[in-house]
Design a protein around this ligand. Structure first.
Ligand SMILES: Nc1ncnc2c1ncn2[C@@H]1O[C@H](COP(=O)(O)OP(=O)(O)OP(=O)(O)O)[C@@H](O)[C@H]1O
Ligand SMILES: [Mg+2]
Length: 238
């Protein structure tokens, strides 16, 4: 089977510092893949290289068989890769629904009425109760849901998620896991997910890739990863 996303020999340097050193990753359609590793391992940098915020120093990123490395973020977004940032970046002066409408109009929806209807559906899907509230009036959980709704509005086949669970309580994490599952199972969207909340990622990821100091040190099913000596030493042991 051809991978949905394929990163081949990815290198990234910032001046004299090399953040990624020849990373290879494949993500297959329908998977939830976890990307874990200690602080500074290069996880967010890799997401930034996939969605075009950064360009690799060397190596290529392919999505649905076409090379996307070097393309701009808005182009990559239109090609079908959505992004959920760790720090929510909504338009703060707009209501939740207006934020999602804006994302829809940026994408393919032309008609405003249609966009409003679709936005309501998406807000309900992610679980936001007050669509008219502005982003500074809602809880952290709802801020994350809003980011997810905005990403879904761009009609992605793959979404890149960065530390979605950070700051959420146990119940909110359960809700988020159910949402991820619905996104994969009901919408058929593949997820590449960076996370530090291990019990969450171990519960839901089909496969986990571990980065340490810019290198992939392990890859496998959650139950294999928790037993991996290199992973325990580099990350889980602490
Ligand atoms: N724009 C940049 N300029 C210089 N160095 C950078 C830049 N972006 C990232 N780095 C460095 O690259 C390394 C990897 O950073 P990255 O943010 O990808 O780590 P991470 O795995 O996401 O860590 P965390 O779990 O803390 O979010 C770090 O040492 C970071 O300081
Ligand atoms: Mg990060």
């Amino acid at each position: 089977m051809e991978a949905l996303l394929k990163c081949t020999d990815i290198w990234k340097s910032f001046g004299g510092f090399t953040a990624l050193k020849g990373v290879n990753i494949e993500v297959f359609s329908g998977e939830i893949v976890g990307l874990i590793g200690p602080n500074g391992a290069g996880k967010t940098t890799l997401l930034n290289l996939i969605n075009g915020v950064l360009k690799p120093t060397k190596g290529k990123v392919e999505f649905e068989g076409r090379i996307i490395s070097g393309k701009k973020p808005h182009v990559i977004c239109r090609l079908g890769i959505g992004r959920v940032f760790q720090i929510p970046r909504p338009f703060f002066e707009m209501s939740c629904i207006e934020n999602v409408v804006t994302a829809l109009l940026f994408n393919d929806v032309r008609d405003r009425g249609e966009a409003e209807e679709r936005a309501m559906e998406l807000l309900e899907f992610v679980g936001i109760s007050d669509p008219q509230a502005t982003p500074d009036e809602i809880t952290l959980q709802d801020k994350r849901r809003l980011e997810m709704a905005r990403a879904l509005a761009t009609n992605p086949r793959l979404i890149l998620v960065d530390e979605y669970m950070a700051g959420l309580n146990i119940g909110e994490i359960e809700d988020a896991l159910n949402l991820f599952k619905k996104i994969r199972d009901d919408l058929g969207i593949t997820i590449l997910w960076v996370e530090h909340v291990m019990h969450a990622i171990m519960k839901l990821a089909d496969r986990i890739v571990v980065l340490d100091h810019g290198t992939k040190i392990a890859e496998g099913k959650p139950e294999e990863i928790v037993k991996d000596k290199k992973v325990i030493e580099a990350y889980l042991g602490g």
